[in-house]
Design a protein. Structure first.
Length: 154
């Protein structure tokens, strides 16, 4: 069975843009590296050429992955019923540290902790799913249990 990639419209659009970049600008860069490496002479002992070929193989793998994700994407709309689902933003209150934090629940392809985008398949994401304002989000991992109060869902 093929994997389905759940994502927001914004995440899908970003993936399509990444594919465009990889197939055009990035591919041109890699071709230029290969051409330069070939110009250095004997390919059998040419480290530049070997590195450029590796770079080309990695690019082709990345393109194949992105195309697979695009072809198997399931675009979801955020919930409008006040519950947290993929695409929704949630403001959570951590009583232990007396702080609020805002996360967006997204599919695994879009997840980026640096942007507070939490995967729906992560422990935090799974704990958030279906919660609404006033609910407690209890995140359990092997090392700890953390609780958050849902302050807002949008």
């Amino acid at each position: 069975m093929e994997k389905e990639y759940i994502m927001t419209q914004e995440g899908y659009d970003a993936l399509v843009e990444e594919r465009r970049y990889l197939l055009t600008e990035r591919r041109d860069e890699v071709r230029a590296h290969l051409a330069f490496a070939r110009s250095l002479g004997d390919l059998s002992e040419n480290a530049e050429y070997s590195a450029a070929k590796d770079e080309e193989a990695q690019l082709n793998e990345k393109i194949a992955l992105v195309e697979y994700q695009i072809n198997h994407a399931k675009i979801v709309q955020k919930n409008t019923d006040g519950t947290i689902g993929v695409g929704n933003f949630a403001i959570l209150y951590d009583e232990e540290f007396d702080e609020e934090v805002e996360y967006q629940l997204v599919g695994t392809v879009e997840a980026d902790i640096n942007l507070n985008k939490i995967s729906d398949e992560s422990p935090m994401g799974m704990a958030m799913l279906g919660k609404k304002k006033g609910d407690m989000v209890v995140v359990k991992t092997k090392q700890f249990v953390t609780e958050y109060l849902v302050k807002e869902v949008r």
